[in-house]
Design a protein around this ligand. Structure first.
Ligand code: 5GP
Length: 237
């Protein structure tokens, strides 16, 4: 496998492979929060997110939700289809928490009558500002049909993930998705990662946090929490 690095992000490195239509993703042990203001190296985190993300992408592929995941290669690495990432963070919420609670004064833990989709412009220098469909079209980030597909896929992912987590006694509070355009044919697919770094997950019975909030808020041992989640997920179909 060739090893020319194309890109290094906060949590992953992306390498070329011999096949231009596929890339290798290596998950790092680095943890960041608050737009990079809080940082740590947490041994084992890369492996856990790679295993959890591989599992979830695999289930989504099997349920007909196309995504960039091809296969897991090792503890820390997975093979994905090459895409150009659309600079949007697509957040789906089922229960109030985080920035929604802060912005609208809705108490954390309040179930939302309907799930909500929010868009943020993926730009570290600007602090990932929230934007709407009009901004997205004005900035040529995506067109009308792209947005229809992104919203529909986000809802489909929510339905499938809620079912998986419900089956293992976990509430899917909210999560962030990213989409990309396939280098091969320009089609839009789900990309990036789905892991406890990008989701809020609470134990259904105790509301114990099983996600990156344990790092953001210094309220638990991240590898232990992620390992427990992985064990529970191994029982999921
Ligand atoms: P909030 O807007 O409440 O901070 O985040 C909503 C959800 O999206 C949470 O599950 C959070 O983990 C995820 N999320 C939002 N922005 C980011 C980001 O820049 N990086 C990661 N890893 N997750 C994010």
């Amino acid at each position: 496998m060739s090893s020319q690095m194309l890109y290094e992000g906060k949590a992953k490195k992306i390498f070329k492979t011999e096949d231009p239509s596929t890339l290798l993703v290596r998950y790092k042990d680095d943890a960041t929060a608050f737009n990079g203001k809080k940082k740590a190296v947490i041994p084992g985190k890369g492996r856990l997110n790679n295993l959890i993300s591989s599992k979830l992408f695999d289930v989504l592929n099997r349920k007909g939700i196309n995504n960039h995941f091809v296969k897991r290669l090792s503890d820390n690495e997975q093979l994905v289809k090459a895409v150009e990432i659309i600079p949007l963070e697509v957040v789906v919420r089922n229960i109030a928490a985080g920035s929604l609670s802060r912005r609208l004064g809705i108490e954390e833990g309040t179930p939302l009558k309907r799930s909500i989709i929010e868009f943020y412009f993926k730009d570290d220098a600007l602090g990932d500002p929230m934007i709407n469909d009009d901004h997205i079209r004005m900035m040529d980030i995506a067109d009308d049909s792209d947005l229809v597909q992104i919203r529909q896929t986000a809802q489909d992912v929510n339905r499938v993930l809620k079912e998986i987590f419900d089956g293992i006694g976990v509430l899917l509070v909210d999560f962030k998705l990213e989409f990309g355009k396939l280098k091969s044919n320009g089609g839009i697919v789900l990309a990036d990662e789905i892991s406890p770094d990008t989701c809020r997950l609470w134990d259904k019975a105790t509301h114990e946090k099983l996600d990156k909030d344990v790092f953001r808020q210094d309220i638990g041992d991240l590898p232990q929490v992620y390992e427990k989640l992985l064990e529970r997920l191994e029982d999921a179909q």
